[in-house]
Design a protein around this ligand. Sequence first.
Ligand SMILES: *Cc1c(COP(=O)(O)O)cnc(C)c1O
Length: 388
Amino acid sequence: MTEQWKAETKAVRGGSEHTEFGENSEAMFLTSSFLFKNAAQAAARFGGNEPGNIYSRFTNPTVTMFQNKLASLEGAEFCVATSSGMSAILSCVMGLCSSGDHIVASRSIFGTSVQLFSNILKRWGLETTFVSLTDTNEWESAIRKNTKLFFVETPSNPLTEVCDISLLANIAHKVGALLVVDNCFCTPILQRPLEMGADIVIHSATKYIDGQGRCLGGAVLGNKNLLEPVYAFLRTAGPTMSAFNAWVFLKGLETLPIRMEAHSKNALELAKWLELQKGVARVYYPGLESHPQHALASKQQKYGGGIVSFEVKGGKDVAWQLIDSTRLISITANLGDVKTTITHPATTTHSRVSPEARAEAGIVDGLVRIAVGLENIEDLKLDLTMLT
Ligand SMILES: *Cc1c(COP(=O)(O)O)cnc(C)c1O
């Protein structure tokens, strides 16, 4: 029955389990371990002969409900919840790769993901080649005999470039590699990569899944067999999601469909408005007809999402003046919050990228990123009057 539900119903009802107390709202199970009726039951649980909870590093009922709800929304068989988005990526790689394997990743992935691949995993014998998000020739020529994973984010941060998920999945599958999509910007409400041929979806639940900027968390989703080693890594190494955070995310997921629609509606209106302002040189938003991959984005995503980037005329000084002139919008690098946030990628999220690499990636000094929240759009425009 649950598989036939529409997204809104899955968000509200999916994955819920109730105790003998008959609570209507999903309960938070703050307990590190679970009781056994007797020694024999303890042995059966540990031996895997009886299902049930043992210890919250392995499973916890609140975390399980979160996993099941998110899996139902993504159309995934299995979900492994983690302590953060980064530990979701780490657990995925630790579970599926071994020393000597090779990864191909888009150059325009989250900055910390670049650091993880190029600085940390490299020390453990995992080599990563970075390629253009949109040029499939580069993906094909980067393939080696030992290529295990393709790793991608679409739309990209901050320039909202879009890649064709099913095309990339085909290229990966031809050589026996897996396609991993970090679906943080879209959430399953706007884009379901597994239905387009991707093997694994990653989330930073910290962003839209929470939706109100409270907790860190992450998730890895895909087929149960494929994710067995990812779960084994989590249960052994311990980057587990806490029951408290899972409870916050469970509540966040209930309103995800209406929030994503509202974020996208506000963002599209702001993007269209920005395109008309004197102080703006260029606007990047997949929902705009001027976006180079607007057709692909419209096919692949339900709406454009909440992230709008734009280039101000006058470079870094003007970008900083604009940020400092806001009174309502929060100056912070986080995104996915009901509160609109503004950031200057070149000196924050992408400051560790070399100036040459930044220039090549198109992240110019005049670029500003806004993660559009749920305030009234007229108040947001008023906060950006410096551009008019
Ligand atoms: C924030 C983010 C991450 C990392 O998530 P954390 O929860 O901060 O660890 C990964 N990918 C994308 C696209 C993100 O925006």
